[in-house]
Write a protein of this length. Structure first.
Length: 200
């Protein structure tokens, strides 16, 4: 079950792919089996106690797949899918096969088809902002801060410096939801030493 979800992540080149998801699900299933059957004859045992550690412990593995790039964050979906396959492993291990299989089906549905739907609805668009600025310390940080404050993720930055004229051409590939272009451009224009702004 975990491998089916991991296969989709593998196709997207994510750090946690088919094998990672399969192992997380398998390990969770094993821990659940141990919780139920490993302590027979012991009075006052709680099968949920050992399984509960999977839920909290998987967070550490999920955090390892989250990568921060400038003001944008990648890997949240993969971290969430790892958390889901841990739950699927616990469900299968406890004999709740219907819930495990259903969760697998719905997870693959979300990962594959909702991404395509998101693209078709154009909910989040990738655009390019170009600006000619004075080459001085701190101006790039001010530029990035304004973009981040408006809830926009920076996917890529390209910087070309003209040392002779003390100018720099910066190009941002950005992605955001319902971006107020006029507001962002107005805020950027207020930065000293901005010569030109172009929003593609």
């Amino acid at each position: 079950m975990g491998a089916f979800i991991g296969l989709e992540r593998e196709k997207h080149g994510r750090p946690a792919g088919l094998r990672t998801h399969a192992l997380v699900s398998l390990g969770s299933c094993l821990i659940m089996l141990i919780s139920i059957y490993g302590f027979n004859g012991i009075t006052g045992r709680d099968p949920a106690r050992l399984a509960a550690q999977v839920v909290s412990g998987i967070g550490f593995l999920g955090a390892g797949t989250i990568i921060r790039e400038g003001t944008s964050i990648r890997g949240l979906t993969t971290a969430a899918s790892l958390w889901v396959v841990a739950g699927i492993g616990l469900a299968i291990g406890s004999g709740f096969y219907f819930a495990g299989i259903t969760a697998t089906f719905l997870s693959v549905l979300v990962l594959v088809y909702l991404e395509n739907l998101e693209k078709k609805l154009n909910i989040s668009k990738t655009e390019v902002v170009e600006a000619v600025i004075k080459d001085r310390p701190g101006i790039l940080a001010m530029f990035c801060q304004i973009i981040a404050n408006n809830g926009i993720s920076i996917k890529n930055i390209n910087l070309e410096i003209d040392e002779e004229n003390e100018k720099a051409l910066i190009s941002f590939q950005i992605k955001g939801y319902n971006i107020d272009k006029a507001k962002v451009i107005e805020e950027i224009s207020e930065i000293p030493d901005i010569y030109h702004i172009k929003w593609n």
